[in-house]
Write a protein of this length. Structure first.
Lengths: 390, 370
């Protein structure tokens, strides 16, 4: 088979469970979690690939892939339905000698060495479908080439207090990595790995084969591959990224990242024609804002019907809010329905969930973000109703 | 389910009095309802009814229409075997261009003969509606009609230019007149005709042989006494959109939630070309009520009784009242619009005030800066 030569192809890790997202990832993988009124988390990395000129992307799926693969389709929303290359969904599979689940991030790529070999690229970009950011990977590749690096890791400065949650590295003045620690208790730097790695294909292949042979390894890029390469004095460079980047791994951070979009000048600009975020569009009509509605500092997507008050909130396609209701500091996922005279405060209401007339979800006093799971119904009990009429 | 019927959206000599709005585009590609083009309604209805292939007989000014339709993928019409066919005039010489639709059907008769589908529905593009053609075909077969015309009862004074029809007690059309005729009837033709392919090809050939080349005027209206032509009464929403008054009034009808719900969702969804615009950003100070707002807008000012298409910016202090602002319009700070229709990419500079009336809305041409 003759394939057009790809200089760089991307491997997108999308099998994450996202356990800390609770009910939101009960039936779907973390990359498929809705974000920003219209998107799913994975749309950001996929759109980044396309805008960076990467036209061959392997998407590695594992946990709860139904919704994710339905969303991905054959890649057409991102223009990745190609005769040559394009998007490939790569789940773990059975072979003659057994076959296993993806054991770790490195093992997932290892199990797909055959896929990479069929394209035989110069460079392989490893990214994950768990993060919200807009990044030109081509600039990363340029830096990688300029440094004559074996691998380049994109890094971002994080607050010192958060540093122990990330893979932290120390770099010298030319950006070469001199020290790497995965989730260090006492961080010596605040440069965090974004989970974006550019590898020379030959280096990656060799390290993955060696890593797989090592029975002690946990087969993880951050814990095994990078430290091993560093110990061997490989040319590992950092690439400093200075724009918006967020790991939306918890309910709080997911909520926060949505709220970030509502600022007067959001640091993540969705309305950017040069770097549009593509997604599978539901094709619903323009949303309707009724005379009784009041909408402030919010994002509202197509297909919504708004009759209540919306303040600092994000409404996904087809969400409905009845008259007399208040939605504040909240997120309504696709098709969520809020009845009349209900209150949704500091909450995430799941896909197709229904909050009945007069109900309240969440409150201003609560530290935690309230979550209504997808398809759930919340209604006043008969006692509530009696109490109300009294 | 697949219906044994092919679709034709006939844009040949499609009459319009849309003035500036069709200066550079055909009626079929006039933007409507915040994100659609007029053709989306007939096209989506056909697709939702299970019609597997649709030919668009293009005629004039169809660049934007081609751009809009593309491969047909937004309507799931990018099929291997059937799907969307865009058929511009195929002519022997330039004078053929002015000939009637029957001539153009004849030139493209291969489109009709190459599929085994038994029936044809011929529609125009300017009827804003959501029709289930499977039901029309059911009635067509059950009633023994040779031609079934989709019709709608409309109250006196409804804007838009439409043919009127008179039925006998059995539902047969005994008289039909152009919109300027004096026929006293509240039943208008939606210009959607269902007939067998065999009859259509026969009408094409016999009419052309007699030197007559207009489908409705010649092939149908002169044969009302020979052919069994019956009406199918459409119960849903209808907007006949072929002049400015109708465009404005039927647009504003969409602000009634029951019309919005019915037109866009029942019996199927209306599809259009997607643009990947982000959700609309309402900023603090935004004051929006009774309006239809598409994606990608950025609103800081006041909008009421209006329709904003995709990517419209309304700056601080601006007021948009009873107006229609098409794609990528910009309303500068403290600008005021009242009863206006702004074509695509119009920019209203800060402090500028524009006012039309509800009978005669002010129209700004595409890409004007005012």
């Amino acid at each position: 088979m003759c394939m057009r030569k790809n200089e760089c192809i991307a491997m997108l890790l999308a099998g994450g469970e996202g356990r800390r997202l609770g009910v939101l990832t009960k039936d779907l993988a973390k990359p498929a979690v809705p974000f920003g009124g219209k998107y799913r988390i994975i749309d950001f990395t996929l759109s980044n690939c396309v805008h960076s000129g990467i036209e061959t992307v392997g998407v590695l799926t594992q946990y709860q892939p139904l919704m994710l693969t339905r969303h991905l389709g054959i890649g057409s929303p991102w223009g990745l339905d190609r005769r040559e290359g394009g998007m490939h969904v790569l789940p773990p599979y059975v072979r003659q000698k057994g076959g296993t689940w993806y054991k770790g991030t490195a093992n997932a790529i290892y199990q797909n060495l055959g896929f990479l070999e069929s394209y035989d690229p110069e460079y392989v970009l490893i990214i994950s479908g768990d993060h919200i950011y807009k990044m030109d990977y081509d600039l990363l590749l340029e830096a990688h080439k300029k440094n004559n690096a074996d691998a380049t890791i994109a890094v971002i400065s994080v607050p010192w207090a958060d540093a122990s949650r990330f893979g932290i590295m120390k770099v010298n003045e030319e950006g070469r990595i001199v020290e790497f620690a995965e989730k260090p208790k006492k961080p010596t730097s605040n440069l965090a790995s974004m989970g974006v790695y550019m590898f020379n294909w030959s280096v990656l292949k060799e390290s993955l084969i060696r890593d797989e042979a090592n029975a002690q390894s946990s087969n993880d890029f951050g814990k095994d591959i990078i430290p091993t390469l560093l110990a061997e004095d490989a040319r590992l460079f950092s690439y400093q990224f200075n724009d918006y980047w967020k790991d939306v791994g918890t309910i709080d951070s997911l909520w926060e990242a949505n709220m970030d979009l509502l600022e007067e000048r959001p640091s993540l600009q969705l309305n950017d024609r040069s770097w549009r975020i593509f997604t599978a569009n539901p094709n619903q009509p323009a949303h309707y804002v009724a005379p009784s509605a009041k909408v402030q500092s919010s994002l509202i997507n197509e297909g919504c019907v708004v009759e209540g008050a919306i303040n600092r909130s994000v409404l996904f396609n087809g969400a409905r809010v009845g008259e007399g209701s208040l939605v504040e500091d909240s997120i309504l996922l696709p098709g969520a329905v809020v009845g009349r005279n209900a209150k949704i405060i500091r909450a995430i209401v799941g896909e197709g969930a229904v909050v009945g007339d007069g109900c309240q979800v969440g409150s201003f006093d609560s530290e935690d973000i309230a979550v209504v799971g997808s398809g759930e119904t919340i209604a006043l009990t008969t006692e509530d109703k009696e109490a109300e009429t009294v | 389910m697949k219906l044994p019927m092919m679709g034709v959206i006939n844009l040949i000599h499609e009459a319009d009095e849309m003035e500036a709005l069709t200066g550079n585009r055909c009626l079929a590609s006039v933007p409507f309802g915040g994100r659609y083009r007029l053709i989306d309604f007939a096209l989506s209805s056909m697709v939702n009814s299970g019609i597997p292939n649709v030919a668009v007989f293009a005629h004039r000014k169809f660049r934007s229409l081609m751009d809009h339709l593309g491969s047909g993928s937004n309507w799931d019409l990018h099929r291997k075997m059937s799907g969307l066919f865009l058929l511009p005039p195929s002519m022997e010489d330039q004078t053929d261009f002015g000939k009637g639709d029957l001539y153009h059907f004849y030139r493209h008769r291969d489109y009709f003969t190459r599929t085994p589908l038994e029936y044809v529905v011929i529609s125009r593009s300017h009827m804003v509606c959501n029709v289930d053609f499977a039901k029309v075909l059911d009635q067509h077969r059950e009633s023994g009609a040779e031609v079934t015309v989709v019709c709608k009862r409309t109250p006196e004074g409804t804007p838009g230019l439409a043919r009127k029809a008179k039925l006998d007690d059995s539902g047969r059309i005994v008289e039909m007149q152009d919109h300027f005729g004096r026929l006293d009837s509240d039943i208008v033709s939606m210009e959607m005709y269902v007939l067998s392919k065999e009859l259509l090809l026969d009408l094409v050939e016999t009419s052309l042989a007699q030197g007559r080349d207009h489908f409705v005027r010649h092939a149908i209206l002169t044969r009302l006494h020979q052919l069994n032509v019956r009406a199918y009464m459409h119960e849903g929403v209808l907007g006949v959109v072929n002049n400015i008054a109708a465009y404005y009034q039927h647009s504003m009808e969409l602000l009634r939630p029951e019309v919005w719900r019915e037109l866009f969702f029942k019996p199927g969804s209306i599809y259009t070309k997607v643009k990947d615009e982000p959700p609309t950003h309402y900023r603090s100070g935004a004051d929006v009520s009774n309006s239809l707002i598409a994606n990608g807008c950025d609103i800081e000012g006041a909008v009421t009784g209006s329709i904003l298409f995709r990517g419209v910016k309304v700056a601080k202090g601006a007021v948009v009242r009873n107006s229609i602002v098409m794609q990528n319009g910009i309303i500068g700070e403290n600008g005021v619009l009242e009863n206006c229709i702004l074509d695509k990419e119009v920019e209203i500079r800060p402090q500028v005030q524009l006012r039309g009336s509800s009978e005669v809305p002010f129209i700004a041409l595409k890409r004007k800066v005012i």
